[in-house]
Design a protein around this ligand. Sequence first.
Ligand SMILES: [Zn+2]
Length: 195
Amino acid sequence: MKIIESNLKFRNKLKKLKEPSMIIIHHAAHSSATVLDIHRWHLENGWSGFGYHFLVTKDGQVHRGRPENAIGAHTKSYNNISLGICMQGGDYEVEKISEKGFKALIELCQYLCEKYDVGTIKGHRELTSTRCPGLNFPLVEVRNKVFNYFDTYTVKTGDTLWSIAKLFNVSVETLMELNGLNSSLINSNQVLRIM
Ligand SMILES: [Zn+2]
């Protein structure tokens, strides 16, 4: 895994991160911001500095932010258990993730999941009330690619997409997207992909 060192100087001594169990994906909310730009902004906010552990650029480079063994500042209530990845890009509601950026993100997630035995990848918006990294950011696709497997469920009589979504704690939209469904109609014995 090629990680470009940024050698950032942080304002305060960073606290130790022990055994991360989650990766959280963000966007930079700026189309072209670099690690140094974001570091400067976070320092100007009075924070310790760049709040994420990595920045993945649109051309597929992975830059280091905070050291992997330091607690980040990116997701309230989750910083002490997670690694934060920031995707360079403005707004993944209008902007589409670049092919190179997507590939680099998958590689980085696979590398980190293996290194720390992480089994959970979330988008910021799945944890707190924010739109980050954008409603169209392909979180499901990222998880599928990184973990490279799908859970499946065989539809039983009386099931609805809503009951199945509830059962597996996913959204109906996610189920529809995963299974290429145009409507919520499902049939008994149909095999659905869950993750
Ligand atoms: Zn975020």
